[in-house]
Ligand binder design. Structure first.
Ligand code: AMP
Ligand code: GLY
Length: 438
């Protein structure tokens, strides 16, 4: 099989690594890829936004399967265009990608199909006064979200009326998010542990991959600004068998049914961002693609043929048993440029990349080659991802940070507490067990 992968981040390096390992892969192209993906296939300098160039390349190279990493090309309709040119694609249509691109669409769908999520109300720009009156009548905290894609910045957890009003003003008065803020969702604040779970689907059937937990804030203890993700681990102990059954029966199955009934079947990876509440799992958001950095920790936990899974989904005949959980654990720590997610400098040489680490993948995200060296070229630079054969998050955390101690660049910033939420629980449970048996 000849495959093309679209994207250039850490998620795509992880996907390229997994795809390149598949027996059925004869050739893998990454458009445009990064210095890391060069080891997995051929990087081709085509911009993911240049749909015509992508189609031309895929036709010329007789590509059998295209896998689309980021949301933007999906929301812009790349999957439809590939499909119309007879090219098999893993990734949803433009219509189906609305599940990520328009929060109001996703929320209304969940309401209609009784899918558990936070209670909510929608307002549009010309209902500014109603939105403020509503905010004056409710209890806090509350969550205010811009409807469209706002580069991860459109969500405010407002502790007070003043915070909430500011968030509404940002959308409706200051137009901080452009047209993405022309509509807003105001929703109930949900308490619990967050989890991310990927459903791989052909539009009807689906398979759930191991659940991960993402660390979104820039500083330890979940302090500071939201980022594109500072680390992740899997599997998360916060999702148990009972939760998994509920996620499958009450969330994924009904949402796929809903999408089909609305004439926009979802084919690809449905990312379910969940809050595991006292009343069970509830949806925070859906994304129309693999998560970043969750993909980096989920893929090392899969045995079997990942390409067969993706290809069978793209063909509408999902082979659910193509992959299975291998019983391991994985931790990914993002090494970021100092200053990120605000302003940061690029162009620093990365030292230590020649080290060989046991059971650790060094995924590239914001890197570039210059004069034979690898230099920093983005906010999130590298994703150090460890894995263990047994489900041992403590060991996975240790090996990830041991590798990090050997890598350096000017201004490096990373969180020191990735996986700790789980490790605290695991250690506590072990202590309980020792108490019971000792
Ligand atoms: P979103 O872009 O919708 O994923 O929101 C970004 C982050 O805000 C989520 O990952 C959560 O940490 C938080 N969040 C969003 N909605 C809620 C909610 N209703 N209750 C609690 N936290 C939320
Ligand atoms: N890790 C969050 C996301 O991929 O949207």
């Amino acid at each position: 099989m000849r495959a093309a992968l679209i994207g250039s981040g850490g998620r795509e390096h992880a996907l390229a690594t997994k795809i390149a390992e598949c027996r059925m892969i004869e050739k893998l192209f990454i458009l445009p890829g990064n210095p890391g993906t060069k080891k997995n296939g051929v990087n081709v300098q085509i911009n993911p936004d240049d749909q015509n160039a992508i189609i031309g390349f895929c036709l010329e190279q007789k590509i059998d399967l295209v896998v689309i990493g980021p949301e933007k090309p999906l929301i812009d309709g790349l999957a439809d265009k590939l499909h119309n040119n007879g090219i098999k694609v893993f990734g949803p249509s433009q219509q189906a990608a609305r599940i990520e691109g328009e929060k109001s669409f996703a929320k209304q769908l969940m309401k209609e199909y009784k899918i558990p999520t936070a209670e909510f109300i929608l307002f549009s720009k010309n209902n500014y006064d109603e939105a403020i009156t509503y905010l004056q009548s409710i209890k806090y905290p509350v969550v205010v979200k811009a409807d469209g894609i706002a580069a991860g910045k459109g969500v405010t957890i407002a502790e007070t009326l003043a915070d909430a009003q500011e968030a509404v003003d940002d959308c409706f008065i200051n137009s901080s998010f452009g047209s993405a803020g022309d509509k807003i969702v105001i929703e109930e604040f949900m308490k619990g542990q967050e989890a991310s779970i990927f459903a791989i689907t052909d539009g009807t059937d689906f398979v759930l991959l191991p659940a991960a937990q993402d660390y979104k804030r820039i500083f330890d203890g979940d302090k500071g600004k939201n980022t594109g993700g500072m680390g992740a681990y899997a599997p998360t102990p916060f999702v148990n068998e009972n939760d998994l059954k509920k996620i499958a029966d009450e969330i994924v199955e009904p949402v796929l049914k809903a999408m089909k009934e609305k004439g926009m079947p979802f084919v690809g990876c449905l990312y379910c961002g969940l809050m595991i509440t006292n009343d069970g799992p509830k949806v925070v958001e859906f994304n129309c693609r693999f998560g970043d950095p969750e993909t980096q920790v989920v893929l090392p936990l899969l045995d079997g043929d990942f390409c067969e899974l993706l290809y069978s989904a793209a063909c509408g005949m999902l082979k659910k048993d193509s992959v299975k959980y291998n019983g391991g654990a994985s931790v990914c720590v993002v090494l970021a440029s100092g200053g990120y997610p605000d302003k940061f400098k690029k162009g620093f040489v990365i030292n230590g990349l020649k080290n060989v680490f046991q059971n650790v993948n060094v995924y590239h995200a914001g890197t570039k080659e210059a004069d034979g060296e690898i230099i920093t070229n983005g906010g999130r630079v590298l994703n150090i991802t460890s894995f263990t054969e047994k489900n041992d998050l403590i060991e996975a955390k240790r090996t990830a940070y041991e590798a990090i101690s050997k890598i350096n660049f000017t201004g490096i910033h990373y969180r020191k507490d990735i996986a700790d939420k789980a490790i605290i629980v695991i250690e506590h449970d072990d202590a309980d067990l020792t108490d019971q048996h000792g």
